[in-house]
Design a protein around this ligand. Structure first.
Ligand code: SF4
Ligand code: SF4
Length: 328
């Protein structure tokens, strides 16, 4: 008998799909494939029934229609694992608008690289009526509720503030924001100060010129200014702000850029950083395990050493990164 805690807890909203989990590159079972965005077509009773049905399938190891068979999260069921109709972790990922244009961004597939200049409604569907419906139908585990903003950038999503306020009203314990931090968000500042938020961003560089190349917009100084304000608001030696460096071939894969990134982080008081490979390149490397450029291993080692020297907490969540560090 199998059990998946992620399945039990997670509900993820994508542009036209609503699924269970979205973890470490896994995409879980569907609740809605091709959701048309009409709230009248969102059936909360169906969601309950479907969840129970998938739970039973996992339990009975019936993987015929599920993408779960070889998933790392699936485990043998113990007596402590019980089905919960309510969701405690909500991923909001249903819009693609963003006010910058990272050339490596997945949303390009949807947005054709368009840079959003002002707040807009999601091009797919409004989340707010669904969130309210989940609450009304007793489908939110308000004792343990956590919300993660993914999507494009939440700062240009018209209903973002109302979504945050609604979740706060429902007693959300924490909101994890992903943002490019081009626009300063007072709500993020306030929640960081109350230890009710975390902030995650990809900066990928340590200077204005490289930023422009990657993001296709000249906003490096604004981002740094906003990060400083968030660090200050956090009133902590270890603010819950993670800044990522995604290594991009022939753009920022050099020692100078990594050194200036670390120097900048130290200077503004960021204590958590992470290193990633651009995922298409990572998949290439992973598919061909013998061809990992030694250049990359050296850059990763440099990053690691500089973090140690500067007391920065360093994370390598990436499977490929781990492989590089341990196999060459
Ligand atoms: S087993 Fe894996 S893919 Fe399936 S719901 Fe759990 S985490 Fe998602
Ligand atoms: S900030 Fe994020 S959503 Fe916006 S273009 Fe860059 S990667 Fe895409």
């Amino acid at each position: 008998m199998k059990f998946c805690p992620e399945f039990n807890n997670v509900l993820t909203f994508f542009p036209d799909k609503i699924r269970s989990c979205c973890v470490l590159g896994n995409l879980g079972p569907f609740y809605y494939d091709n959701y048309d965005g009409n709230i009248k077509n969102f059936d909360f009773e169906y969601l309950k029934t479907k969840k129970k049905e998938i739970y039973e399938k996992l339990l009975n190891e019936d993987f015929k229609d599920l993408p779960c068979q070889n998933c790392f999260y699936l485990k043998d069921k113990t007596g402590e694992d019980t089905f919960n109709e309510k969701f405690s972790l909500i991923y909001l990922n249903s819009w693609t608008q963003c006010n910058c244009g990272c050339f490596y961004c997945d949303r390009m597939e949807f947005s054709k690289g368009k840079i959003t200049k002002r707040k807009e409604k999601s091009e797919y569907y409004d989340l707010l009526p669904i969130i309210k419906g989940l609450y009304k139908h007793n489908l939110l585990d308000t004792e343990n509720l956590r919300v993660v903003f993914h999507g494009g950038d939440f700062s240009v999503l018209k209903e973002a503030d109302s979504i945050v306020k609604t979740f706060l009203k429902y007693g959300v314990k924490k909101i994890d924001f992903s943002s490019n931090n081009i626009i300063f968000q007072p709500i993020v500042q306030k929640l960081l100060a109350k230890k009710k938020a975390s902030l995650n961003m990809s900066l990928d560089c340590g200077c204005r010129e490289t930023y422009k190349l990657i993001k296709r917009i000249d906003k490096f100084n604004d981002v740094i200014k906003n990060l400083r304000k968030y660090v200050k608001a956090s009133k902590s030696d270890n603010p819950e702000i993670n800044v990522k460096y995604i290594i991009l071939k022939n753009v920022n894969d050099n020692e100078n850029e990594i050194k200036s990134f670390i120097k900048k982080m130290k200077e503004i008081g960021i204590t958590r950083v992470s290193l990633h490979l651009e995922h298409k390149y990572a998949n290439e490397i992973f598919a061909n395990k013998n061809k990992i450029p030694i250049h990359y291993k050296n850059l990763i080692s440099l990053f690691f050493e500089l973090c140690n020297e500067n007391n920065l907490w360093f994370d390598t969540p990436d499977e490929v990164m781990h492989y590089i560090m341990t196999n060459q």
